[in-house]
Design a protein around this ligand. Structure first.
Ligand code: NAI
Length: 349
């Protein structure tokens, strides 16, 4: 099903509002989800609405949170989200980091006690669209073995970065620190397909090609991705005095409880380090030089990070967004949720 961005936004907003969120917060989540779908990150788009609706209805996303912004230094602050909509808290916290970076060269905001906040590219683009460099990291539920381990400890702990070039140029990088998202394993299960042995392990910590035997995901690049996951967990968990490592709450468990997740935004104002016009020119030059690199056999061209998502977004803005029929049917139905998400084992078959 193909729908316009505006229509998709409206459907998501209405569903979340019916689940119990205020119109303002439902609107804020819809913004981030439509951003994800428009960039082709369907794992973090409309597909999540039913899960959020169930968690809102059961009380695990606070429908009337009391957000608290507290400045802790000229360039540092915390933002307590009171377990309300993570997307909305993370967006407001990024606005505060941007203000501090404009004034003082850098702005760092620790976003505390939030629910899932979606695709991080949304937040780092808030900064780069204002001529600043944005970095954001956040925790997620434990599903990944530490290098050499047979039990999960960290989450898929994503890292996002965006920097401005000339005019509308932006270079944006946004990734989970796992080889593949859990959604890709579910997809393989649904099609009875095998998975590459680099994606996940079984209960002994052995790589597996059977998606039904998966009991943890693997970090990108072995010990190096594992190190990045640790860094994300320290910056968005330990640093903010929140549960960390294997104590981070599960996405699909205790849906009546707040998730207490953390996220850290870092905004850097290039004008405090170099000539801002030169900075933007050089970012644009980087993008052009990467595109001009000779492609390896089997590749049509080299893309700069985020390029294909940005191109997809432009196409979707004009022609509408492709949404899976079942998700569209749910969005237009009267159903709030189907009690489908509350289960204790994230790897349940
Ligand atoms: P991905 O694997 O689709 O892309 C990762 C990065 O690689 C992107 O920056 C993309 O632009 C770049 N890329 C992909 N193909 C490329 C190519 N051919 N040339 C150049 N660059 C290329 O992303 P992933 O890891 O599946 O993450 C998806 C989303 O999930 C992200 O938005 C992330 O923030 C979100 N996420 C959110 C979590 C949360 O708890 N809030 C947890 C984990 C992920």
């Amino acid at each position: 099903m193909r729908v316009s961005k505006e229509k998709l936004h409206e459907l998501i907003k209405n569903k979340l509002n019916k689940a119990g969120l205020t119109v303002e917060h439902a609107d804020g989540i819809a913004d981030v989800l439509v951003h994800a779908d428009a960039r082709g990150i369907h794992s973090h788009g409309a597909m999540r609405v039913e899960y959020y609706a169930e968690r809102i209805a059961k009380g695990g996303i606070n429908a009337n949170p009391h957000f608290q912004f507290e400045k802790t230094g000229p360039s540092t602050a915390t933002f307590d989200g009171d377990n309300g909509a993570g997307h909305v808290a993370a967006k407001q916290a990024m606005d505060e980091a941007i203000k501090m970076a404009k004034e003082n060269g850098v702005g760092v905001v620790g976003v505390k006690r939030i629910s899932h906040s979606g695709a991080l590219s949304y937040f780092v683009k808030q900064a780069s669209e204002q001529g600043l460099v944005g970095i954001s990291v956040c925790q997620s539920d434990p599903m990944v073995v530490p290098y050499g381990g047979a039990e999960p400890y960290y989450g898929t702990n994503p890292i996002a970065f965006s920097a401005p070039g000339e005019n509308d140029d932006l270079i944006t990088f946004d990734m989970a620190t796992t080889v593949q998202a859990w959604g890709k394993i579910l997809h393989a299960r649904s099609k009875n397909e095998t998975i590459p042995e680099t994606w996940a392990v079984d209960h002994n910590g052995e790589p597996t090609t059977n998606p039904f035997d998966v009991s943890a995901l693997l970090p990108i690049a072995g010990p190096k991705g594992y190190g990045l996951m640790m860094m994300v967990d320290v910056l968005s968990g330990v640093l903010l005095g929140l549960p960390f490592g294997k104590n981070v709450s599960s996405m699909y468990h205790d849906l009546e409880k707040g998730r207490e997740l953390g996220q850290l935004h870092i905004v850097i104002n290039p004008a405090f380090f170099t000539d801002i016009d030169m900075f933007k020119q050089n970012i644009s030059q980087t993008m052009k030089e990467l595109n001009a690199i000779k492609p390896a056999p089997g590749f049509d061209q080299v893309y700069y990070p985020g390029q294909r998502s940005a191109e997809r977004e432009r196409r979707y803005n004009e022609n509408g967004i492709d949404i899976v029929d079942d998700i569209y049917d749910y969005l237009v139905s009267d159903t709030i949720h189907n009690n489908a998400y509350d289960h204790k084992d994230p790897f349940a078959k």
